[in-house]
Design a protein around this ligand. Structure first.
Ligand code: GDP
Length: 321
């Protein structure tokens, strides 16, 4: 697959789509081509603002992204929307929904929307989304929105690839807040109560109060104190305040160096993940090791060897070779 770097950095959408497809390919040959492409475009990356958006199914993520994306375009930005869908590798189904999403946004020249990669482990899906993010940056997108579902590990994966992590919440009564995972409060740079419209305006205000209280118990680890806002994605209200908040975060974090530090930490962690993944791939593609592996699986299940000794033997014999 030949990808023209010139076309990519000039923002040609078909080239961008082709490049992302290349990174998603399982063929070794394509993986190598993709890595060499990523090496070549690295100097064109890093210039965007990366925003993660999470929330349970039905909270209004796609409606919000449509409204927010169109708002950003009206501010002169180019917007890419990527997704990490944790359900696809496991069930083949989709938690982010197969419905036609973001219909108006997807028709804009200044928007590029790409669904979640659909195969591999969650870690694999997240890695491909990271690579897609770099390609979108090289193609000149100013804002990258990475969407995920508020389920399990996927929020951690997305929070660890973006500059600003937002969690959308529903307006609901206090007792329902008790089920909220403490972890999510620690990840969030902002909690936004969506659907603050019609009968829910007052409830949304109350809900905001509950989240503000809950956030007081979390000790911020950076200069940024997480904020609670509300919006109506359908009535398009509160969207400018959200953008103002994120812009404020971005300019402060650039000024005080936190943006660079955060990205450096993320890159170090990403490298670590890749190291483990590469070792795993090599172990699994080594014929001798595979033979040993199967034999030990047999032994371990019959109680003839302990899992610890079997694992130690396999790893040591791989590294001795
Ligand atoms: P997702 O599953 O998180 O992507 O949620 P969707 O964007 O598909 O929205 C789920 C439902 O909530 C849809 O029926 C939307 O029309 C509705 N919805 C989304 N945002 C709002 C909002 O701001 N106000 C109201 N009243 N409904 C909304």
């Amino acid at each position: 697959m030949s990808i023209s770097i010139d076309k990519l950095v000039n923002g040609d959408r078909r080239t961008l789509a082709k490049a992302i497809t290349l990174t998603e390919s399982k063929l070794d040959k394509h993986r190598l081509e993709a890595q060499s492409l990523l090496e070549k475009i690295v100097s064109h990356t890093g210039g965007s603002l990366r925003i993660g958006i999470s929330g349970v199914p039905g909270v209004g993520k796609s409606t919000f992204i449509e409204t927010f994306g169109l708002y950003l375009i009206s501010q002169g930005k180019k917007v890419a929307v990527l997704a990490v869908d944790p359900s696809s590798p496991i069930s083949g189904g989709s938690l982010l929904g197969d419905k036609t999403r973001m219909e108006i946004l997807s028709q804009q020249n200044e928007a590029f929307i790409r669904p979640s990669p659909t195969s591999g482990s969650l870690g694999g899906v997240a890695q491909k989304t990271r690579e897609a993010m770099l390609l979108c940056e090289a193609a000149g997108y100013d804002i990258i929105l990475v969407e995920t579902v508020g389920v399990g590990q996927s929020e951690y994966e997305v929070a660890s690839m973006v500059d600003f992590f937002m969690v959308l919440m529903l307006p609901n009564a206090g007792d329902e807040l008790q089920g909220i995972k403490k972890g999510i409060l620690e990840l969030a740079d902002s909690i936004v109560v969506n659907k603050a419209d019609s009968d829910s305006v007052n409830l949304a205000k109350m809900t905001m109060g509950h989240y503000k209280n809950a956030l007081r118990l979390v000790h911020p680890t950076s200069f940024w104190i997480p904020r609670v806002l509300s919006c109506s994605s359908i009535e398009k209200r509160g969207i400018d305040d959200i953008w103002k908040m994120i812009s404020e975060y971005h300019s402060e974090a650039k000024k005080n160096g936190e943006l660079l530090t955060k990205r450096a930490v993320q890159n170090k962690k990403w490298m670590e993940k890749l190291i483990f993944e590469m070792i795993e791939l090599r172990l699994k593609s080594n014929k001798e090791i595979q033979k040993k592996w199967h034999k030990f699986e047999d032994d371990v299940s019959k109680g003839l060897a302990t899992p610890f000794n079997a694992a130690k033997d396999i790893v040591e014999s791989y590294f001795q070779n």
